[in-house]
Design a protein around this ligand. Structure first.
Ligand SMILES: C[S@@+](CC[C@H](N)C(=O)[O-])C[C@H]1O[C@@H](n2cnc3c(N)ncnc32)[C@H](O)[C@@H]1O
Length: 308
């Protein structure tokens, strides 16, 4: 059985979806598995399914074919789609975002997301965008490269890797994922080459985040989503690394305790009222059985908030 396409923490997510809800947005509809489960569980639910990957939209269109009258698929980034839905004064009861790349994107070597198989240095989730990983690797200067790799990969050898990338491209342009993976591997110390994770993991993560503006997208989602929710509506976000989880945790905390008064004041004078409450005090992670069956779930973290 192929377990790679299992939706991450499906039961945990469903556990937070009240059966009385009428409208939902799946910001990252992907192959449509989370969406399908929600539509099946709640016969009166209408759902907006957003994805910036045209292949994901056609895949979810097939998967959700029996629900066409209740599904509205939108091919766009969730930041743009959220803006448009706000302009239309749409309000919903549930928002889900299952961030990052799908296993389908990762496993398709033509998309260039993986350092494990050879493919073009692409990494665009939306193939209508101009900038690929190749553009960045071939055109950014050494300082910019080091900064991207450090910031979005939290890679301690960012400087050495950037230096080796620039040295490599003086001989030839980067065109493939394996060229880059080898170049990164050669740049890091021997002991790091045989560590727990592949030495190119963090560099590939950094380039993917840069190519797809993932942090800006997440900030826009956190900013806009609370306004789209009805009172009592919920937002569930699944993240896969600390650069994603940190802002979610911080914004949720700010919704719960927005007060900006200096500590020590006898009472609040800023007047900022809480916007939401947390539905899980402790972050939720996948169960051991899921982690064994679906390696992608191992780093997943789920946080859920409810608008007051
Ligand atoms: C982890 S997969 C989602 C899988 C989905 N939950 C399912 O059940 O099949 C993430 C999906 O989100 C999409 N995505 C990531 N960031 C996005 C963004 N900012 N705007 C729209 N789609 C995005 C990716 O293209 C990918 O298809």
């Amino acid at each position: 059985m192929d377990f790679t396409h299992q939706p991450v923490m499906l039961n945990e997510v469903l556990g937070f979806v009240p059966h009385t809800i009428k409208t939902a947005i799946d910001c990252t509809v992907g192959g449509g598995s989370h969406a399908e489960a929600m539509l099946k569980a709640i016969p009166k639910l209408s759902l907006y399914g957003i994805d910036r990957d045209a292949e994901a939209i056609s895949q979810s269109k097939k998967k959700l074919a029996e629900f066409t009258d209740r599904v509205n698929l939108i091919h766009d980034s969730f930041s743009n789609a959220i803006d448009k839905l706000q302009e239309l004064e749409v309000k919903v009861d549930f928002i889900l975002a299952d961030l990052g790349v799908s296993s389908k994107q990762l496993d398709d070597h033509h998309r260039g997301f993986s350092f494990r198989s050879d493919g073009p240095l692409d990494m665009r989730m939306n193939q209508d965008e101009m900038t690929t990983a190749g553009t960045i690797v071939n055109q950014s200067d050494e300082k910019e490269l080091a900064s991207i790799i450090r910031k979005f990969g939290e890679e301690r050898y960012a400087k050495r890797i950037a230096r080796n990338i620039v040295a490599f491209r003086q001989k030839q342009e980067f065109t493939t994922t394996l060229q880059l993976a080898e170049c990164v591997e050669q740049a890091v110390p021997l002991k790091y080459r045989h560590g727990r994770i592949h030495p190119a993991t963090r560099t590939f993560q950094a380039l993917r985040i840069e190519v797809n503006h993932e942090i800006e997208e997440l900030e826009a989602l956190l900013e806009g989503s609370i306004r789209l929710l009805n009172s009592g509506g919920r937002i569930a976000i699944i993240t896969f690394h600390s650069l994603e989880d940190r802002p979610v945790k911080q914004i949720f905390r700010k919704w719960v305790q927005p007060c900006q008064c200096p500590t020590g004041l006898p009472q609040c004078v800023c007047g900022l009222e809480p916007l939401a409450r947390l539905l899980n005090k402790k972050v939720i992670t996948a169960k051991t059985e899921e982690k064994e069956l679906n390696p992608r779930s191992r780093s997943a973290k789920l946080r859920v908030a409810e608008k007051l």
